[in-house]
Write a protein that binds this ligand. Sequence first.
Ligand SMILES: Nc1ncnc2c1ncn2[C@@H]1O[C@H](COP(=O)(O)OP(=O)(O)O)[C@@H](O)[C@H]1O
Ligand SMILES: [Mg+2]
Length: 355
Amino acid sequence: MSDLALDGIRKTYRTKGRPEVQAVRGFDLDVHSGELVGLLGPSGCGKSTTLRMIAGLEDVTSGDIRVGGTSMVGLPPQRRNIGVAFENYALYPPLTVAENIAFGLRARGKANRKERVADVARRIGLGDILDARPVGLSSGQKQRVALARAIVRQPDVLLLDEPLSHLDAAQRDTTRRELRHLQQELGYTTILVTHDQEEALSLADRVVVMNDGVVQQVGTPDEIYDDPANLFVARFVGEPPMNTVDGTLAGGVVRLSEEITVPVSTSGTGSVVLGVRPEDVVLTDAAKADATGTVLVYEDLLEYGLASIELPGVTERIVAQTPPGLDLAPGQQVSLALQRDRTYLFDTDSGERLR
Ligand SMILES: Nc1ncnc2c1ncn2[C@@H]1O[C@H](COP(=O)(O)OP(=O)(O)O)[C@@H](O)[C@H]1O
Ligand SMILES: [Mg+2]
């Protein structure tokens, strides 16, 4: 297997009569041999364009792509040994499932075709339909055929673009586990694109968070979650999302309102955004609290509860994760404390993390 290097790759789409689109704006990344990198970002941020450039389905506007040290730029897709499974699977209607999966192999004349196809198919839940034709399959089954086809051809690099998007929740969980198992066993260097943060955080060795064509942060799932580089990453990753509250930093405290200040270890002055995840907002005694507010809504989600709280003089509502079954009534007064080492500050203008 090979490592994959992306060196400042850019893509500008120029269509006559339309404003140009800078879809990818200088993407740097080294994917280690055998590593699974999750590429996460909102719709339209350039994820698919990035994969399509690596696969050779789209030219790079500038920058270099190397697999095992060899530049891929200018090589047609069939000369790059890259397996792709994209959201819009293209299956051959006259061929059976087994023949569709084996398609890339046949062209390459690989030995033990049948066994390999049957093994991968069985492991991702297609074992019973090897002789079926695509026309009768569900979209989830078709998508798994495309996934099996990409896996079975033993690529240097495996690129998966929302490969589980058409599966229902139960199928997705099992297929996700089996995909990870196969990827590790076969040692494929993999990039998996998803807009589903749970998928990225649970599957990937490292996660790349992207927005508007620009890489925001590269890190392990824990680093992305616990140590976000900027406000975009902080808000994008985490469910329910991180609370973010406007404030003013001065003299080692952040002032959130006339009466609420939170001590911080960051020096400096200016407009800031204070961030704290719902699980790090703790309901406590008034004596130990940072603030006291009013419960607006309480949701009991069985494993935990979520209280939406209004603080005096603060525009943003604060969501606190509580133990289950607290049954807080709307209008009830509660006091809350923010876990100090789990409270983040961001520059209001740039969104950059302040430390
Ligand atoms: N062939 C194309 N021509 C012009 N613009 C495109 C083309 N493909 C994608 N785009 C634009 O490039 C941006 C990134 O798209 P895409 O890579 O598909 O994002 P994602 O996969 O993250 O949803 C979007 O603004 C999209 O509209
Ligand atoms: Mg896409």
